[in-house]
Write a protein that binds this ligand. Structure first.
Ligand SMILES: Cc1cc2nc3c(=O)[nH]c(=O)nc-3n(C[C@H](O)[C@H](O)[C@H](O)COP(=O)(O)OP(=O)(O)OC[C@H]3O[C@@H](n4cnc5c(N)ncnc54)[C@H](O)[C@@H]3O)c2cc1C
Length: 344
């Protein structure tokens, strides 16, 4: 397969600036696609040249542990369309390559509400349904009406309704049955035109009270979320990271009770069916990893759930650190931590 038949495909590219861990990460081939025909052409190249391919959005939920000997396809389609408007709601269709935070800002400007608690989550709109992104008491499943995807086996566009996406905590069908079988191309959201502020979760209310805002607008909530996130989480532009490295584990009440015997202050949140969710950051901190630095990488000093690259680290070292943390937390608390970040 002659690469010169594909002028849009470049060779041997370093993707350090195209993911948030800031690691040196090379791929054999790279391309950006704006249309389904460009996607199909890239997939044809990968198939005919017998190379694997990797779909890339904003690169904010990835840990590259080695170079990729295949084709990286970056989803770069753009557009936000108003599909339907009622007196109370709007339905919008958003292309997968749109930036998530920019979408939140644009919706606030237009008076379309429901996603403001998820302000400042990095990444693309197309990746949002993958792990059902969420923050400050809201998950994206609450506003997704349907997801349009390109079926890599049937080679055609398909649509899944919200229920068919089987969303769960940082889960969806796209991480299970449709893993490596679907390229999300457009997400349709149903948003409200009625302002309402959700501020029960985290420090949102305290921040708003501190500013003397008693009847906050969705924009006030967004500003508070941005303020809290900037004070707690490292900015990937300064310190490489992929946000929460692990999911919060869901355990039986008996496991939680045994942890509480030694740590009466241990927090938990109901997770249904007699299960509870324990903050993974708390377990990692109590196991003694918070702020631990090994050369040029480590565990962030303010948020134990975030593994960081201080510059020049190797993905394989960060992966080893993650495995060491998993082993230690299992030994000390009997709890298995699952990685939220996608390994390459
Ligand atoms: C500082 C920081 C804070 C974060 N905070 C949060 C948070 O509060 N809540 C939260 O839920 N997440 C959070 N994250 C994680 C991350 O932002 C989200 O998971 C985001 O949705 C990833 O989007 P992306 O476009 O960067 O995906 P990528 O990292 O590019 O890809 C992630 C996975 O999805 C696949 N993928 C990407 N696009 C598509 C597509 N169009 N079709 C099919 N597969 C695709 C990739 O192959 C990969 O497996 C945070 C990350 C950082 C760095």
């Amino acid at each position: 397969m002659a690469i010169d038949q594909y002028p849009e495909i470049s060779e041997n590219q370093n993707l350090r600036k195209l993911h948030t861990f800031g690691l040196d990460f090379r791929c054999r081939y790279f391309t950006e696609v704006n249309s389904i025909s460009e996607l199909q052409s890239a997939l044809t190249f990968a198939k005919e040249s017998s190379h694997p391919f990797l779909i890339l959005g904003g690169g904010s939920n990835l840990l590259p542990t080695k170079d990729f000997e295949g084709l990286v396809i970056r989803i770069a389609n753009h557009g936000i369309a108003l599909l339907e408007e009622t007196s109370d709601t709007v339905r919008i269709g958003v292309q997968a390559g749109e930036n998530w935070h920019q979408l939140v800002m644009q919706c606030l400007e237009n008076g379309w509400f429901g996603i403001e608690n998820m302000s400042l989550i990095p990444g693309s709109v197309g990746a949002a349904p993958m792990q059902n992104i969420g923050a400050y008491g809201v998950e994206v499943k609450q506003v997704i009406e349907q997801v349009h995807y390109y079926d890599l086996e049937k080679k055609e566009m398909k649509i899944l309704t919200n229920a068919e996406c089987r969303f769960g905590y940082r889960e969806s069908i796209f991480k299970q049955e449709l893993k490596d079988k679907a390229v999300i191309w457009q997400v349709d959201f149903r948003l409200s035109k009625q302002p309402s502020a959700k501020m029960e979760y985290g420090d949102i209310k305290a921040v708003l009270d501190g500013k003397g805002i008693l009847q906050p607008s969705p924009k006030d909530v967004s500003d508070a979320v941005i303020h809290i996130r900037q004070s707690k989480l490292p900015d990937p532009a300064e310190i490489g990271n992929a946000g929460s490295f692990f999911k919060n584990p869901v355990v039986s009440v008996s496991v939680y009770d045994s942890i509480k015997q030694n740590h009466p202050e241990a927090l938990s949140y109901p997770a249904g069916d007699g299960l509870v969710k324990i903050p993974a950051g708390w377990l990692i901190e109590k196991a003694g990893w918070k702020g631990k630095t090994i050369g040029n990488y480590g565990v962030h000093a303010r948020q134990a759930l975030v593994l960081v690259n201080y510059g020049g680290a190797k993905g394989s070292d960060i992966y080893q650190l993650a495995k060491d943390i998993q082993k230690d937390v299992l030994m000390k608390f009997g709890v298995e931590l699952q990685m939220e970040v996608n390994l390459i």
